[in-house]
Design a protein around this ligand. Structure first.
Ligand code: A2P
Length: 264
């Protein structure tokens, strides 16, 4: 396939699969030597087509691994009747996954103007691009404070992010930078937890800033990245805008950027 079309996806091998809950799993695949991406970008992922399919079904996935890693990591939801994830959730080590050649995306450091504090607002698998960004030394070079906020329904859905942050302290590249600079704030909406409620509510009530020990959002100092479901993005974006922050892009950096996490 790749021989005929230089833009066709490459065939990669599954290196590991880890199931977190009955709705969430993480997997790693081989990374082609020529595959370059900017931390925070997404790429199209698919499975070899079935006999009934004319072409393989591809969907956008944020790359969760850091850009220096020789593997590519993804964090995915499982949807029972989802066109792709109903099959993808069954992959095992050694299987083939298709990877498009051109990563893209707006959750990149270059789409934001310099600032003091970087907020990452995520729900569910929306934490994936931030898993990449919090492992990138440049994130800590650019900001004095980095605050990862992760909102989920239940405790088990926080494990992926909690393990990641715990392991960062021992990371040879960013371990020392993270210490004292990175805050991880978790909130649940359907189970008891030290902090409960939707991220949107926590911003509106200013509870989030109390917990983080920061002033409220301010366009001079704060930069925001938002990743979650389409409703979460729209609602969070509308609130962030009331604080005077403007949406940025690759060509026009500003104070916040958004990206939809893949579902289906
Ligand atoms: P809730 O339990 O109140 O729906 P999901 O797994 O459905 O993507 O949800 C992940 C988390 O995002 C849940 O805690 C959910 O809260 C929350 N959430 C869902 N919709 C929104 C929204 N529009 N704004 C903020 N948080 C949301």
């Amino acid at each position: 396939m790749a021989a005929d079309n230089p833009n066709a996806p490459t065939e990669e091998t599954v290196l590991s699969v880890k199931h977190y809950t009955d709705r969430l799993f993480q997997f790693e695949i081989t990374r082609p030597a020529s595959f370059r991406f900017r931390t925070g970008e997404f790429v199209m992922i698919g499975l070899p087509k079935t006999e009934e399919q004319k072409r393989p079904l591809m969907r956008a996935y944020s790359i969760a691994s850091p850009s220096w890693d020789d593997k590519l990591e993804f964090y995915s939801i499982k949807v029972e009747d989802g066109p792709l994830t109903s099959r993808l959730q069954k992959i095992v080590e050694g299987d083939t996954v298709l990877l498009s050649r051109k990563p893209v995306g707006t959750l990149v450091l270059d789409a934001l103007l310099p600032g003091k504090r970087l907020w990452m607002f995520s729900t569910g698998t929306g934490i994936a691009p931030f898993a990449s960004l919090i492992r990138d030394p440049e994130t800590y070079e650019r900001y004095e404070e980095v605050i990862l906020v992760h909102g989920c329904r239940e405790e088990g859905e926080l494990t992926y992010g909690e393990d990641l942050v715990k392991d960062l302290i021992n990371d040879p590249l960013v371990g020392e930078m993270v210490d004292g600079k990175l805050k991880h704030i978790t909130t649940l909406t359907r189970e008891d937890h030290p902090l409960t409620g939707r991220i949107t509510t926590l911003i509106e009530t200013e509870k989030l800033f109390e917990v983080a020990g920061t002033p409220i959002l301010n366009p001079e100092q704060d930069r925001v990245m938002i990743c979650g479901s389409i409703d979460m993005i729209n609602d969070t974006k509308a609130i962030v805008e009331t604080y005077g922050l403007n949406e940025g892009s690759n060509s026009q950096p500003a104070q916040f950027v958004v990206e939809k996490s893949f579902v289906g």
